[in-house]
Design a protein around this ligand. Structure first.
Ligand SMILES: [Zn+2]
Length: 317
């Protein structure tokens, strides 16, 4: 299924230009080029201007917090694009409660930038971004999380170093090279006749239900991970499994494999992971999507669960 224009973060840009990451002369040239641009992220929140990413020139003051760690995203329309993690910045009057929320509503403004330049939660603005901006923001967010959490060599424990314009970390002690991680996750539209299986995890906003999902374990195929997760979480047995589409999901570093699965049994037996699971009819799901269902709220727009459910309702899956 061609999903490029429909799954958020499923877009791309002209050229990741991987061959330029380790080219010191070319990197120096692009960094000195006044047309090169960078988007700063603060604690995973991209700089936004209205509905677009807030691209700034490479000499912008706001990049001073991490000028030696410019992540090279690649070329778009021939222009070099970078991202910079400025989490070292400490805004005034930080609202830590908001920042810790599932859906952080707070916005941060840096004094060196115009008033409409704001750091915002990516979940809140992801569906407004162009496909290219969304793909670049998700790539930057995932890579910066990897750098923050992989500062030490997994082989010998020494502090590792930023390399290849942000796409690698090298260990100065044992020379091990480390590459960014992406964690495979299956998310599945489990149906039986006219009904779909939804679940909710503890701590989710009230009324929010979504498709079941879980990490793929070493040694598993996507299909066997789907069957295992559904059985573990709900006791429901599944037969045929089909891959539908995928979505990079930088919260923090997943690649979601969207699948459909045919249930062979109805009875739900919850494990500890889920707070609730239930079968929802097509008619009820129409109400959920219309925002008029009495108890269930729809999966968030932009998430692959929303995409799978919407296409199932439309008869395309
Ligand atoms: Zn090492």
């Amino acid at each position: 299924m061609d999903n490029l224009d429909t799954v958020t973060f499923g877009g791309f840009w002209d050229d990741r230009a991987a061959h330029l990451r380790g080219d010191a002369a070319e990197q120096a040239h692009m960094r000195a080029d006044p047309s090169s641009r960078a988007v700063p992220l603060w604690r995973g929140k991209p700089l936004m201007v209205g509905d677009a990413l807030g691209w700034v020139s490479l000499d912008a003051d706001v990049l001073d917090y991490a000028r030696d760690a410019l992540l090279f995203l690649g070329l778009s329309n021939g222009v070099a694009h970078y991202a910079v993690d400025i989490s070292a910045w400490e805004p005034d009057a930080l609202d830590e409660t908001s920042l810790a929320m599932f859906f952080d509503p707070s916005e941060q403004h840096h004094a060196s930038l115009p008033p409409d330049h704001l750091f915002r939660e990516l979940r809140a603005c992801m569906t407004q971004l162009s496909a290219t901006d969304a793909a670049m923001a998700s790539t930057a967010r995932a890579l910066f999380h990897w750098h923050r959490t992989h500062g030490f060599c997994a082989a010998c424990g020494s502090a590792s170093e930023w390399a290849m314009a942000g796409w690698q970390r090298n260990c100065p002690s044992c020379s091990a090279q480390h590459f960014p991680r992406t964690d495979p996750v299956v998310i599945m539209l489990v149906t039986r006749n006219n009904r779909v299986l939804l679940g909710r995890s503890p701590g989710w906003p009230e009324g929010m239900y979504s498709l079941l999902a879980g990490f793929v374990e070493p040694g598993e195929t996507i299909e066997s991970a789907v069957r295992r997760e559904v059985q573990e979480e709900t006791g429901v047995k599944t037969g045929a499994v089909q891959y539908v589409t995928s979505q990079p999901w930088p919260f923090p570093a997943s690649l979601m494999f969207g699948c459909s699965a045919e249930a062979l049994s109805d009875e739900i037996t919850l494990d500890d992971e889920l707070e609730d699971a239930l079968w929802v009819s097509r008619e009820d799901l129409v109400d959920v999507f219309g925002g008029v269902h009495a108890t269930i709220k729809p999966a968030r727009k932009g998430a692959i669960a929303h995409y799978l459910l919407e296409n199932w309702l439309a008869g395309r899956i």
